[in-house]
Design a protein around this ligand. Structure first.
Ligand SMILES: C[S@@+](CC[C@H](N)C(=O)[O-])C[C@H]1O[C@@H](n2cnc3c(N)ncnc32)[C@H](O)[C@@H]1O
Length: 260
């Protein structure tokens, strides 16, 4: 991927021929299986080098890390190279899981566990991870949310199920890192649901379109969330031309709703 998140010619030959015609496909497990059967690597939003500086202050070599919805991203191996060896990745797609297991094995990253699992029903005990991280995975749940200011009840209940699972598996003082294009005024009401004890903070990264790096620390709930990002007022639809050329654009936009 280049600086603007566009695919290089090599990436293009490795991934599926075309993105889906509607963002709703991202909710279909078959879409992901089919896509991953021919795609070797696609990094949603930005790769690790763009947010490494933000991650580092929340992890150390002793951290146990759960990555949710790993797809065919290189995030886990980049973390491993940075000394984080206790990593578990999950994805709903059996194809993604099998290919990730093979790839990590072939590169010698035998300590990284990769499991087929649903983020809405995490198969882990309580309080077992220091850090849970997701990049673009929670955003999948929003593709049929309707009005972003007032998401459909089905969207809200799925997002809360995911967040409850994440909150449960985090150790006390553990951190949930959510890397998203969703702006704070859309994500905060869900992150701030009363059952969660985490504090909420966010930063931004990226050129042109800024992505959000949310940091939710369990047991540290504050009165008011504080963001250090300066761009939280950018409307979702405000995109640079480079962004429009990438598949991320479809992800951020419900194409069906634009037609209406
Ligand atoms: C937009 S991709 C992001 C992939 C990767 N995190 C990245 O940054 O490149 C969303 C991923 O979430 C996975 N996924 C979708 N629904 C899921 C669920 N309910 N549980 C776990 N993974 C899910 C998909 O299979 C896909 O790999």
């Amino acid at each position: 991927m280049d600086e603007m998140g566009k695919r290089s010619p090599t990436d293009r030959t490795q991934r599926s021929e075309v993105g889906p015609s509607t963002a709703l496909a991202y909710l279909d497990p078959q879409y992901w299986d089919q896509r991953f059967s021919s795609e070797e690597h696609y990094e949603w939003f930005k790769d690790y080098s763009h947010f490494r500086h933000l991650i580092q202050e929340h992890m150390n070599p002793k951290s146990s890390v759960l990555e949710i919805g790993c797809g065919n991203s290189h995030l886990s191996e980049e973390l491993y190279k940075d000394g984080i060896t206790e990593i578990t990745c999950i994805d709903l797609s059996a194809v993604a899981v099998e290919k990730m297991q093979k790839r990590l094995l072939s590169k010698g990253y035998i300590d990284i566990k990769v499991l087929e699992a649903d983020m809405l029903d995490l198969p882990f005990g309580n309080s077992c991870f220091d850090v849970v991280i997701e990049k673009g995975t929670m955003d999948v749940l929003f593709v049929d949310s309707g009005d972003p200011w007032n998401p459909r009840p089905t969207t809200v209940s799925k997002v809360l199920a995911m967040l409850e699972g994440v909150h449960r598996v985090l150790k006390p003082d553990g951190v949930f890192i959510s890397i998203s294009f969703g702006q704070p005024h859309f994500r905060r009401p869900l992150f701030e649901s009363p059952e969660f004890t985490w504090s909420i903070e966010w930063k931004t990264f990226g050129d042109g379109f800024h992505y959000f790096f949310y940091i939710l620390r369990k047991g540290r709930r504050l009165g008011d969330a504080k963001g250090s990002g300066q761009r939280s007022d950018i409307p979702s639809i405000y995109l640079l031309q480079e962004e429009l050329e990438g598949e991320d654009y479809i992800f951020r936009t419900d194409v069906d709703e634009l037609d209406n």
